[in-house]
Write a protein that binds this ligand. Structure first.
Ligand SMILES: N[C@@H](CCC(=O)N[C@@H](CS)C(=O)NCC(=O)O)C(=O)O
Length: 217
């Protein structure tokens, strides 16, 4: 049995669940004992991060390491391309999500609470996200992945795009989306597993965003 340590709002857990759904891998989710970052959880998962996986007694953390492991362990529905160069490109694409776009979006979380929000920090955050979306647009324009399939590198973007849109709606975050990035976001949502995961994930996003509301609203 495959077990995933997770909490409902965790972005990288939602990313991983898209892959698990697409590959039809059965899994069970567990709360990290003592909460993530706790000594109890670190005794199992040294980074204290989510997600982490236990597969037949084998522990692995980091969503991308887990995703690549699962792609090899459950090869029936491959989620990495079949040539060395396209696989490398897919990894470049994944890393641009995990190390660039998502961290820029994560920097907005401290600004969610209405009571302590700094409008200048939200504005600066929007500019940084726009910069990364522009880079993504350029990367996409050079991309030759089959667009009829979902790739491992698509999973994180699907979730992060949902957060950017939620921040536009709730915080008035100002972001410019290159047209091909908008088209990419729309295309990802047409995959049933992406739509299903985002629908299941939305209550956790909404609960997190409650504190964004003005007390007068
Ligand atoms: N690059 C890591 C990022 C994981 C990550 O930042 N997870 C968040 C939850 S979405 C977390 O565990 N945050 C708590 C912490 O960093 O201590 C991955 O892909 O797994």
């Amino acid at each position: 049995m495959l077990r995933i340590y997770s909490v409902p709002v965790a972005v990288y857990c939602a990313k991983l669940r898209i892959l698990l759904r697409y590959k039809s891998i059965a899994f069970e989710q567990l709360q990290p004992p003592g909460g993530y970052g706790s000594n109890e959880y670190r005794a199992i998962v040294p980074s204290g991060n989510l997600p982490a996986m236990i597969h037949d007694g084998f522990m692995l953390s980091d969503s991308e390491a887990i995703a690549e492991y699962l792609d090899e362990a459950f090869p029936d529905v491959p989620m990495l391309p079949d040539t060395i160069k396209l696989r490398a490109k897919a990894r470049e694409f994944s890393r641009s999500h995990d190390t660039r776009l998502e961290p820029a979006v994560r920097a907005i979380y401290p600004q969610v609470a209405f009571a302590t929000r700094d409008a200048n920090a939200v504005k600066a955050g929007g500019a940084l996200i726009t910069k990364h979306l522009n880079s993504l647009g350029l990367l996409l324009s050079m991309n030759s992945f089959d667009t009829d399939r979902l790739w491992l590198c698509d999973c994180g973007f699907a979730v992060t795009f949902a957060w950017i849109t939620a921040f536009e709606d709730t915080l008035g975050l100002s972001v410019e989306w290159p047209q091909n990035v908008r088209d990419y976001a729309t295309r990802l949502q047409r995959f049933q597993v992406v739509a299903d995961e985002l629908a299941d994930y939305k209550p956790a996003m909404d609960a997190y965003l409650e504190k964004a509301k003005s007390p007068q609203a």
